[in-house]
Design a protein around this ligand. Structure first.
Ligand code: ATP
Ligand code: MG
Length: 406
C-alpha cells in the first residue's frame, strides 16, 4: 500500500519547496527525501518540529546546490555528511545517505552511499526509517515502518541486540520512543535486549544519557515507558538513585513539567540530588532546581495558610516553593484544592521590595555599618511576619531603633 502525506503545511511551505528544488536541480528528481521524525509524525498526525532530509548528493554537492539556489548553507557536520540549509530562517538538516563501516557502542564510522536501503538499515527503529519525497509520497524500506507508526510499535531495524551493541544509547531511545509513540506492551525482543545490555550504557557520555532521559520525561505520558524501564533494570543503570513510586505517576497526572517529574523519581535529599546531577552532568539550572526543592520541602505543607505561603514564597522564591508544593501534592493526590491554591499564589507572586533602606536608618541617626544590617534584618523579619503591610514603615523602624538603644 502506498501512502501519501497530506495536509502538511511544512511540506508545502515555500521554504521547504525551495530546499527540495535546490537539491533536485543538482541531483535530479528523487535525489532527496524527508526522513525520520517529520515523516513519522506527519503519518500519525502529530506535530512536526524539525525537518530532516536525506540525499544521495555528497555533502560538498549539497552545499553547492543550496548556495546555487541563493539559500544559506551551514556545514554543520560535513564529516558525518550533514549540511544545514536555512530558508526563510528555518533550518533543514540535510544528510548524505550513509552506511556504518564500524561502530564501537558509542559512535559510528560511516561511509556515504547512494542506497536508500543501506541508509534505512542503520536507523534505529522501523518507524524512524521512513522517507517521503517532495510530493509527500512515502517510502518504507523496511516494509514495516508505516504499520508500526500507525499501531504504536517500536521495533528495531534488524536484530535488537546487534543494534544496541552498535550504539548503547538505543536502549534509552527505545524507551523514549515508546513513551512518545508506543501503544500497548513494548516489543518483547527489544525489551529483553535492553534488559541484557543495559550495563553497556556505562560507556555513554553523561550528556547524551541525560538529554535522552529528559526527552523521555517530556512525553505527555511517560508512565508506562518509565515503568518498563524500571522493570528492565535500565532506570537503575542510568539513575541508581531513582525510585519509581506513585509520586511519579501523580506528577504526570498533575501535568508537571519534565524536571519536576525527574524530581519525583529522586529522594528529597539535597546531597543525593547533587550527586546524581553531577554524575549525569545535568545543566546547572536543573541541578540547582532539584537541590533547592529538596532543601525547601520541609518548610512546605499543603495546610499552609495564604499568609504563611506568602512568607515562604518570600523566603524561598516561587520556583522552589511550587516544586515543593507539587511534591506534597503528589504525596497527597486528594489535596488538589489546596495544592492548586498554593500554586496559584506562587504563579501570581512578585517579591515585594523591602520598603526601607540604609538611608532611612541614617535619617534616624544610625551610622552606616553592621548595625544598619542588623536593624534592616529585624525590620524585614517583622514586615514579612506581618504579611507585608503597605504602610507604617517609618514608625516600625523608629520603634526598632529606640528598642536597640534600650
Ligand atoms: P524527534 O521528533 O524527537 O526529533 P526524530 O525521529 O527526528 O524524533 P532524532 O533523534 O532527531 O529523532 O533522530 C532523527 C533520525 O535519525 C531518527 O528518526 C533515526 O532515524 C535516526 N537516528 C537518530 N539517532 C539514532 C541512533 N542513535 N541510532 C540509529 N538511528 C538514529
Ligand atoms: Mg529530529
Amino acid at each position: 500500500m502506498t501512502h501519501r502525506l497530506s495536509d502538511q503545511p511544512w511540506l508545502t511551505a515555500a521554504a521547504t519547496r525551495a530546499v527540495m528544488a535546490a537539491l533536485e536541480a543538482s541531483g535530479g528528481p528523487g535525489c532527496a527525501r524527508f526522513v525520520g521524525g517529520c515523516v513519522r509524525n506527519a503519518l500519525i498526525g502529530r506535530p512536526v518540529a524539525d525537518i530532516d532530509i536525506a540525499t544521495t548528493l555528497r555533502p560538498e554537492e549539497t552545499e553547492r546546490a543550496i548556495r546555487a539556489a541563493g539559500l544559506k548553507a551551514v556545514p554543520t557536520g560535513i564529516a558525518h555528511g550533514t549540511v544545514t540549509a536555512v530558508a526563510e530562517r528555518r533550518p533543514f538538516e540535510i544528510t548524505t545517505l550513509r552506511r556504518d563501516v564500524s561502530t564501537d557502542g558509542r559512535n559510528a564510522t560511516v561511509a556515504f552511499t547512494g542506497d536508500w536501503a543501506e541508509d534505512a538499515a542503520r536507523r534505529d527503529f522501523r518507524l524512524n526509517a521512513l522517507y517521503a519525497d517532495a510530493e509527500g509520497q512515502v517510502f518504507d524500506p523496511t516494509g514495516k515502518g508505516v504499520a508500526d507508526a500507525l499501531a504504536g510499535r517500536i521495533v528495531f531495524v534488524g536484530d535488537p541486540e546487534t543494534r544496541i551493541r552498535e550504539d548503547f544509547l538505543r536502549v534509552l531511545r527505545f524507551f523514549r520512543f515508546h513513551a512518545w509513540y508506543g501503544r500497548g506492551e513494548p516489543d518483547a525482543a527489544a525489551l529483553a535486549a535492553c534488559r541484557d545490555l543495559a550495563p553497556g550504557m556505562s560507556r555513554l557520555s553523561a550528556e547524551r544519557v541525560s538529554s535522552e532521559l529528559m526527552k523521555l520525561l517530556s512525553a505527555e505520558n511517560p508512565r508506562a515507558a518509565v515503568a518498563a524501564m524500571a522493570e528492565a533494570g535500565v532506570l537503575a543503570q542510568v539513575l541508581p538513585e531513582a525510585r519509581l513510586t506513585p509520586l511519579f505517576e501523580a506528577a504526570v497526572v498533575q501535568g508537571a513539567e519534565p524536571v519536576v517529574r525527574l524530581m519525583m523519581l529522586l529522594p528529597p535529599d539535597d546531597a543525593v540530588v547533587r550527586e546524581a546531577s553531577a554524575r549525569l552532568r545535568f545543566p546547572n539550572a536543573t541541578r540547582d532546581r532539584l537541590v533547592h526543592a529538596a532543601l525547601v520541602l520541609p518548610a512546605i505543607s499543603l495546610s499552609m495558610t495564604d499568609r504563611q505561603a506568602r512568607s515562604a514564597l518570600y523566603g524561598h522564591g516561587a520556583r522552589a516553593f511550587s516544586d515543593a508544593v507539587r511534591r506534597r501534592w503528589a504525596e497527597a493526590p486528594d489535596r488538589a484544592v489546596d495544592a492548586r491554591r498554593l500554586l496559584a499564589l506562587a504563579e501570581g507572586w512578585t517579591r515585594p521590595p523591602l520598603p526601607v533602606g540604609g538611608r532611612d536608618l541614617a535619617r534616624l541617626g544610625v551610622e552606616p555599618g553592621p548595625e544598619t544590617g542588623r536593624l534592616l534584618k529585624a525590620f524585614e523579619e517583622a514586615w514579612v511576619a506581618d504579611d507585608f503591610p503597605a504602610a507604617g514603615h517609618a514608625e516600625r523602624l523608629r520603634a526598632l531603633v529606640s528598642q536597640q538603644r534600650g
